[in-house]
Design a protein around this ligand. Structure first.
Ligand code: SF4
Length: 409
């Protein structure tokens, strides 16, 4: 999106979205839980007055004694749960929300990357106005902490540990099979990136250590210990994604536990024959009481052939970028990229570095500049690699089952 001072100014947003009002969240998602949790941590004087949550799935309706039960993906170990979050939250249907006598006063925060476009379209069809009657969770999640309590909050940042992987998946969204000379990252570079990042950022809801296969990285324990020791209190979820082909060393397991990480284990066993090893990984993670989620039922998406340009005119590229809900920003070599997939495409040599697509953290960017970029306002109004990419939840949606994901033939 092209930034427009008359529409996107932070002060203007705040006029419409005052903490004195009551709010509702649309989407009983892990992002909803994370937003409640992050606001609880960040906003000391301006609490979010949340009346209830709306969801379209009948199975989700009801009263939740514990907010962490709202969505199964919002796993958090006891000792890292926010202590004073509002529990006993109600999840109701959109129809029930419309019957609320105060409905006109209740602004909606959409908290779902996956369903954002669908919910937005639905609300627009009911004559709701974006940024007046509803907004995206990342927007309020960035603007409130900054304008109300002078804190810089980003939603999610991915850090590449290694370009190497044990698998060679056809539809890898980090483009690992396209690297000609995959290498491990320099540990000192990772440390200095993270340190520079936290000089600018007060809190990130999700920090994601990713690969390739991150457990292949010989300095993984050192990187995790560095992040955990120095910055754990500034991170909501410290997330690690592995493909379940490597049993973590005991040193790594101890650190994962110590820093209360969440481990996502992608299960490709329907398409790749490594069940025995996968079971060993699960066994070792479970025995060590590690907070984890096996991701078997997620559908991988085909981002399309990265060498083929799919969107040609600037207008098409801006519209495509605006419809993409990619949650993952990237941190690499002192640069904060809007899209980690773009980071990987650059490292793989598939697309050139373009100053539009990142913020140089070592050039002393202003906090507001970082936040506006993070909210989807790169100078051109799109990321230059978008022309080659199908995007996330854009409506193109070519699903890839675990069995067709498989190994590159
Ligand atoms: S469309 Fe653009 S922003 Fe979205 S995933 Fe692709 S490169 Fe990233």
């Amino acid at each position: 999106m092209i930034y427009d001072q008359n529409k996107h100014d932070f002060n203007l947003f705040l006029k419409n979205w005052n903490p004195e009002n009551e709010y509702v969240i649309y989407g009983a998602s892990k992002d909803c839980v994370q937003l409640i949790e992050s606001f609880n941590f960040l906003l000391k004087k301006n609490k979010l007055k949340l009346k209830y949550i709306i969801d379209d799935d009948k199975e989700s309706l009801g009263v939740y004694k514990n907010i962490y039960d709202i969505n199964s993906a919002s796993l958090k170990p006891e000792n890292y749960r926010e202590k004073h979050v509002k529990n006993n939250l109600k999840v109701i249907s959109f129809n029930d929300y419309m019957m609320d006598k105060d409905q006109k006063k209740l602004k909606i925060i959409i908290a779902s990357d996956f369903n954002f476009n669908r919910i937005k379209k639905f609300l627009l069809s009911k004559n709701f106005v974006e940024d007046v009657d509803f907004c995206e969770y990342k927007k309020i999640g960035a603007i409130w902490p900054f304008k109300l309590e002078n804190k810089v909050h980003l939603w999610r940042t991915d850090i590449l540990m290694t370009e190497k992987c044990t698998l060679d998946c056809t539809f890898c969204n980090m483009y690992m099979p396209h690297y000609k000379k995959a290498k491990h990252r320099d540990i000192n570079e990772i440390k200095s990136d993270v340190s520079l990042y936290f000089q600018k950022i007060d809190y990130v809801s999700v920090l994601h250590m990713v690969g390739g296969e991150p457990l292949m990285y010989p300095h993984f324990a050192e990187a995790l210990d560095y992040i955990g020791k120095n910055f754990r209190s500034k991170i909501g979820h410290l997330l690690i994604t592995t493909n379940g082909t490597i049993v973590p060393k005991q040193e790594v397991l101890n650190l994962v536990k110590k820093y209360a990480c969440l481990v996502y284990i992608s299960d490709y066993t329907d398409g790749i024959n490594y069940r025995r090893k996968f079971n060993q990984v699960i066994d070792s993670i479970s025995k060590n009481n590690i907070n984890h989620l096996i991701r078997k039922d997620i559908s991988w998406i085909d981002f399309g052939d990265p060498n083929v340009e799919k969107f040609h005119s600037v207008k098409e590229q801006i519209a495509h970028f605006d419809s993409c809900t990619a949650p993952y920003r990237g941190l690499n070599n002192k640069k904060y990229y809007y899209c980690h997939l773009n980071t990987s495409a650059i490292l793989a040599g598939m697309t050139p570095l373009n100053e539009n697509d990142f913020i140089s953290l070592d050039k002393n960017p202003k906090a507001e500049e970082i936040l506006k970029f993070d909210l989807g306002f790169p100078k051109l109004g799109y990321v230059t690699f978008c022309k080659n990419c199908n995007g996330c939840n854009t409506g193109i949606n070519i699903p890839v089952s675990p069995s067709s994901q498989g190994l590159r033939k």
